[in-house]
Write a protein that binds this ligand. Structure first.
Ligand SMILES: Nc1nc2c(ncn2[C@@H]2O[C@H](COP(=O)(O)OP(=O)(O)OP(=O)(O)O)[C@@H](O)[C@H]2O)c(=O)[nH]1
Ligand SMILES: [Mg+2]
Length: 334
């Protein structure tokens, strides 16, 4: 019988002879102390898949499995408990609120975060954990776009994901391809440094941006993404949640890339002022000296737009000074 065994983030090996299989397990274990890992699974009505996700992790030797449930109305909680996971009911609602609530309660050194809907493969856990256990990263993100299973992401979600990722790269200048992935690993120490405030599906983008801000070493590794099981429902609304995600990324740009944040708002003011100004100018050239209030409005809009640009420039200076200071503090700490 052929077996697939995941190794150290460098893909999978097909192993046939038993001795080779044992060698591979030993080598994988050298990097991976599973006792130090808390497998964290947020769930909301995932009774179809939760058992198999937990069982696969148990079979891989992960014992600390924590399910944080959003008051599922199906059998998710009983199935998770029966399978051997510890279950915590979140006090509020939303995936973000659920995760924030449990981060402080986790005692293991590493957290492996995975959705409970069976769209990610537990067998690929080592790929995410290895770079951290080797001390090469503080936050590892599973990139779904490298090896996407046909139909796993609906065309609309795919489009939204690409736009959001581009938007992120544009603002933060860091080349990541899948900032919204639900399969990640991080050090518990690292995640506690992050200031997380969003309650819903914005949490992944917030975790990524905050990691960049707090100087965590963040890397991506390819992971497989499977379609949701037929008949199960997504909780993500591509329009409502997509907009919230974009606004979160934009709002957070205020301190990281002030020129972009204030410049964009300033451009909107300037552009509206310019258009109204054109209208006033056209009538003025035709000999009609009217629209006095509109003329004043034009001037105000353009001045405010220009001032926002200046605020952006000042903000940029402050941001780079802050970065320099943080670097200095880090250097002193070492
Ligand atoms: N605790 C908790 N978990 C949630 C909540 N909303 C969603 N989840 C879980 O978070 C994970 C991701 O949610 P999904 O609905 O799969 O969203 P998605 O993965 O972006 O979308 P799909 O591509 O359709 O799977 C799943 O395991 C959900 O059960 C919530 O309010 N509370
Ligand atoms: Mg999902």
């Amino acid at each position: 019988m052929e077996r697939r065994v995941e190794l150290s983030g460098k893909g999978s090996y097909l192993t046939r002879p038993i001795p080779l299989f044992i060698t591979i397990i030993i080598r994988a274990d050298a990097h991976l102390s599973r006792q130090d890992v808390c497998v964290l699974i947020p769930t909301l009505n995932e009774e179809e898949s939760i058992e198999s996700v937990i069982n696969e992790f148990l079979a891989l030797g992960f014992e600390k499995i924590l399910v944080v449930d959003g008051h599922s109305t199906d059998a998710t909680v009983t199935k998770a408990q029966a399978a051997g996971a510890r279950v915590i009911l979140q006090s509020g609602s939303g995936k973000g609120q659920a995760l924030k609530e449990v981060f402080d309660a986790i005692e293991e050194k590493y957290i492996l975060l995975i959705d409970g809907d069976g769209t990610y493969l537990p067998a690929e856990a080592a790929r995410l954990l290895d770079p951290m256990l080797k001390g090469e990263a503080d936050h590892v993100v599973g990139n779904r776009f490298d090896r996407l299973q046909g139909g796993a992401l609906k065309r609309l979600n795919m489009f939204g994901n690409k736009i959001i990722n581009r938007f992120f790269v544009l603002i933060y200048g860091i080349q990541l391809n899948d900032i919204l992935s639900g399969y990640r690993a991080f050090t518990t120490e690292g995640i506690r440094l992050l200031d997380l405030s969003t309650p819903g599906f914005e949490i992944e983008s917030e975790m990524t941006v905050e990691s960049v801000k707090k100087g965590l070493r963040i890397i991506e590794v390819p992971v497989t993404y499977m379609p949701r099981a037929a008949g199960t429902r997504t909780k993500l609304n591509p329009f409502r949640d997509g907009l919230k995600i974009v606004l979160t990324i934009f709002r957070m740009a205020k301190t990281e890339n002030p020129m972009f944040f204030f410049g964009l708002i300033g451009s909107v003011f300037g552009a509206v002022g310019f258009l109204i100004g054109l209208y006033v100018l056209r009538d003025w050239l035709n000999g009609r000296i009217e629209h006095i209030p509109l003329t004043i409005l034009t001037a105000i809009l353009i001045i405010v737009g220009f001032q926002l640009f200046l605020i952006g420039m000042m903000g940029d200076v402050m941001a780079s000074l802050h970065r320099e200071m943080m670097r200095e503090i880090h250097r002193k700490k070492k």
